[in-house]
Design a protein around this ligand. Sequence first.
Ligand SMILES: CC(C)(COP(=O)(O)OP(=O)(O)OC[C@H]1O[C@@H](n2cnc3c(N)ncnc32)[C@H](O)[C@@H]1OP(=O)(O)O)[C@@H](O)C(=O)NCCC(=O)NCCS
Length: 159
Amino acid sequence: MWPVASGCLSTHTVVLEVNTPMKIRAYTQQDKEDVISLWDECGLVVPQNNPAKDIERKLKVDPELFLVGLRENAVVATVMGGYEGHRGWINYLAVKPAQQRKGYGQAIMQAVEALLIKKGCPKINLQVRKTNESVIAFYAAIGYSNDNVVGLGKRLEHE
Ligand SMILES: CC(C)(COP(=O)(O)OP(=O)(O)OC[C@H]1O[C@@H](n2cnc3c(N)ncnc32)[C@H](O)[C@@H]1OP(=O)(O)O)[C@@H](O)C(=O)NCCC(=O)NCCS
């Protein structure tokens, strides 16, 4: 695992210097096609979600919490953070399959956590399907525990 170095936070260029070959910065519109194809490759594009619409909505609310990780200028990781004044939220965490188990998932999570801490966020919540055991193992490895709550949802817009 790559250790985290002290880093400079900025919302525009590299947001967190981590001791890894992956650079992390905020999403820009030029990343759109690469990001959607990464999500597709990682199985995150599902019929009930429209990824392009999800990106457009995110760009209207705390866009600086939507991060991409780059290796040699190619998008290899994403995370979409959120904060509503009480809890931080994580969505669209993805690392390109060929680049998994190199510490990039942990690195991009550390970057978004640093930005959430900077906003005063005291706790992060996230939802993972119970059947997604490898992702649950990933989150456990980076310090997330089961809150033993039932996740409820109500769709307000049908994509
Ligand atoms: C979850 C995901 C982002 C992890 O990214 P990653 O870069 O491979 O993770 P890391 O290399 O930072 O892993 C850190 C630690 O988490 C644990 N971990 C990661 N993947 C794991 C797996 N498949 N099974 C068990 N433990 C795992 C390990 O302890 C790992 O440390 P190690 O490699 O030294 O053993 C990646 O598997 C992914 O993109 N999955 C598909 C998309 C997805 O399902 N996203 C979540 C939606 S809720």
